[in-house]
Design a protein around this ligand. Structure first.
Ligand code: ZN
Length: 300
């Protein structure tokens, strides 16, 4: 069984122009859980002044936690955010750690060394509250400011973050630069460095249309969790008009068609789009399977 982690309510909503009302977020999360989605990143504990779209994350967490069999994840940018996430009672928290130091300095004003110390602080907070703690190695496949990041640098930083207390890791194609050969190579190297069981997840974007090809490469290297966003919502800030995250519906279709169990009821999942479309009428929803419909005889 492969775990699909829905990140739309966080990665998708953080870049929409319109703010999705709390009630719509709740309806979206509930409907996805009912379709069989077992993990959702429901928001981010960044200062509300920076991301007003996610200012209600604590309320969303409180609601989502009451849904049975749903793993409730939130993104935390630093120790301050981790303390708020712990207070809200998330099941898991995840911190982005940019593999490009230029991007890290621009985005969170921290060098790599300073980020490792921040990860150490977040790990302490998570441990004290008995919360699962993941580190997302972002811009791992390339950065819009630095270009390619060397594999050696990624391996070294992943090791430092693991030593600082990261329990689980993902490689994130923040910029949509990844290709399947690169996915294969980097997953192998990072697994060899920090342990097979620690690198479980890929966070892929479909900016250049290689999202699902990259998923297959990850599957073949033993990756068991894939992040995806309903309707590929959010777009990509680096390529206006292009989809950002891989589309949850297309990912479920591909895996189920390949005979890989996701636990997700695809017809039910497709219906969830109506909730998002009604709440964000000017946001494009992507997806090939939703447009084409299910093939005749498709039985997951
Ligand atoms: Zn993303």
């Amino acid at each position: 069984m492969i775990l699909i982690s829905e990140v739309g309510p966080r990665d998708g909503l953080q870049s929409t122009s319109r703010i999705m009302p709390l009630e719509a977020k709740k309806a979206w999360i509930k409907a996805e859980a009912e379709a069989g989605v077992r993990e959702i990143e429901v928001g981010s504990f960044v200062p509300p002044s920076l991301l007003p779209q996610l200012a209600d994350t604590a309320d969303v967490v409180a609601y989502a936690k009451a849904i049975p069999n749903l793993n409730v994840v939130a993104l935390v940018p630093n120790a301050k955010g981790a303390a708020r996430a712990a207070e809200a009672g998330v099941h898991a928290m995840s911190i982005p750690f940019s593999m490009s130091e230029t991007h890290s300095l621009k985005n969170v004003r921290k060098s790599h060394g300073e980020m490792v110390e921040e990860i150490r602080e977040v790990a302490k907070i998570a441990k004290a509250a008995n919360i699962h703690f993941a580190v997302g190695l972002s811009t791992a496949f390339g950065c819009t400011m630095e270009g390619p990041i060397s594999d050696d640098q990624i391996v070294r930083l992943a090791g430092a973050a693991a030593e600082a207390g990261g329990q689980e890791f993902s490689l994130s194609d923040t910029t949509g630069y990844a290709n399947p050969a690169q996915v294969r190579r980097l997953v192998r190297k990072v697994k060899a460095a920090i342990g097979d069981e620690k690198l479980t997840t890929l966070h892929l974007h479909n900016t250049r249309g290689l999202g699902l090809a990259n998923v297959v490469a990850g599957l073949e290297e033993g990756i068991t969790t894939f992040d995806a966003s309903l309707g590929g919502i959010g777009g990509c800030p680096f390529a206006p008009g292009a989809s950002g995250n891989i589309v949850t519906e297309d990912l479920v279709f591909m895996l189920e068609a390949m005979g890989i169990d996701t636990g997700i009821d695809l017809p039910k999942l497709l219906k969830v789009r109506e909730i998002v479309a009604a709440a964000l009428p000017d946001e494009p929803l992507y997806g090939f399977t939703p447009d084409a419909g299910l093939p005749l005889g498709f039985a997951p």
